[in-house]
Design a binder for this molecule. Structure first.
Ligand SMILES: NC(=O)c1ccc[n+]([C@@H]2O[C@H](COP(=O)([O-])OP(=O)(O)OC[C@H]3O[C@@H](n4cnc5c(N)ncnc54)[C@H](OP(=O)(O)O)[C@@H]3O)[C@@H](O)[C@H]2O)c1
Length: 299
């Protein structure tokens, strides 16, 4: 089995490669990097891993011939531009490259919970656009709609280390939201890639992927306290303050998209009400505290 990961430097791509290289079926893996200096040492020396240069914005740089399956991840764009149009272009590039390679039987796409909505979900509209373009890109298409990444909380580490507090845009503080660890996404994607050729329940086959339990900001506080070994304060950013908060982090249009995304999953939001559930949910095993220990250990 030969598998291509595009782009391979993404956190979910990297996690998938780790599971593929450890699999007893010994698949060969090709990683697509726009910058080859980013290839981690752990993969560079592996006999079944090959790194190639490629940019998902440039269709002429994408070559999937010889691969049985392709994993596509579409990293967020933190610029004031039409990100939905950008997602359509990038997805078109992936589709063209997949269809030019007769060997590719399966495409797996990392997407987001809420990607079934064409309005009201902010940044997730890019995932919606990607799903529409790629749903018939290969003979078999698998779409993995991921919950909120546990690793998003890495943004809190700076204030935790410097001043023992962190901001939470997840409110009320006891409101629980599904989270998923990127290593569990990697495991699920690797399993789907390695199942190429096996019958799918539907085509495209779409499922939600969540962690073992949902977590609130208070659970996040407890997990960080456990991982950091000190007491912490959590400072809630209430709904009314979200645009101002995100505007301190991102350019204006990006801040608007992240505010809409943020509101969509809070109580009363379109994803909290979720009138269009995906239908199937799978669960990873990794708990928040394990991810936080890794994040703080890596500082
Ligand atoms: N965060 C969440 O809570 C969440 C939840 C659900 C779904 N998702 C979805 O997950 C996806 C993001 O996954 P991720 O976190 O694994 O990605 P990521 O780590 O944020 O991806 C960043 C990497 O992508 C590479 N990259 C960016 N543009 C590229 C291009 N044009 N060509 C080649 N490489 C490029 C960058 O390469 P360089 O190193 O060269 O800069 C960088 O290393 C998004 O589609 C998002 O919607 C996220």
């Amino acid at each position: 089995m030969h598998i291509t990961i595009a782009p391979a430097s993404t956190q979910t791509g990297q996690a998938t490669i780790r599971f593929l290289l450890a699999d007893p079926s010994n698949p060969s893996v090709r990683g697509v990097y726009r910058n080859l200096t980013k290839v981690p040492d752990e993969f560079k020396s592996h006999p079944r891993f090959e790194a190639v240069r490629g940019d998902i914005e440039d269709v002429s740089s994408l070559h999937f011939e010889g691969s049985d399956a392709v994993l596509n991840i579409q990293p967020a764009i933190y610029e004031d531009k039409d990100t939905v149009a950008h997602a359509r272009t990038v997805s078109g590039n992936i589709k063209t490259a997949v269809q030019a390679a007769a060997s590719v039987k399966r495409l797996v796409l990392v997407s987001s919970e809420g990607a079934q909505y064409d309005h009201g979900v902010g940044e997730i509209l890019t995932n919606h656009a990607a799903e529409i373009v790629l749903q018939d890109a290969a003979p078999e298409v698998v779409i993995v709609r991921c919950a909120y990444f546990m690793e998003n909380w890495a943004a809190a580490i700076e204030t935790i280390q410097e001043a023992s507090f962190f901001f939470s845009t997840l409110t009320p503080l006891d409101f629980k939201l599904p989270h998923i660890a990127t290593q569990d996404i990697g495991q699920a994607c690797a399993a789907e890639l390695l199942s190429t050729g096996a019958p799918l329940k539907s085509n495209p086959y779409i499922f939600d992927l969540e962690g073992p339990q949902p977590y609130s900001a208070l659970d996040v506080k407890r997990a960080f306290e456990d991982a950091a070994g000190k007491e912490l304060e959590v400072r809630p950013v209430e709904k009314e303050g979200l645009l101002e908060f995100w505007s301190t982090v991102f350019p204006p249009e990006v801040a608007k998209r992240f505010t809409e995304l943020n509101l969509s999953f809070l109580p009363g939001g379109i994803l909290h009400e979720n009138s269009k559930p995906t239908g199937e949910t799978r669960y990873g095993k990794t708990e928040l505290v394990e991810v936080f220990k890794q994040l703080l250990g890596g500082q």
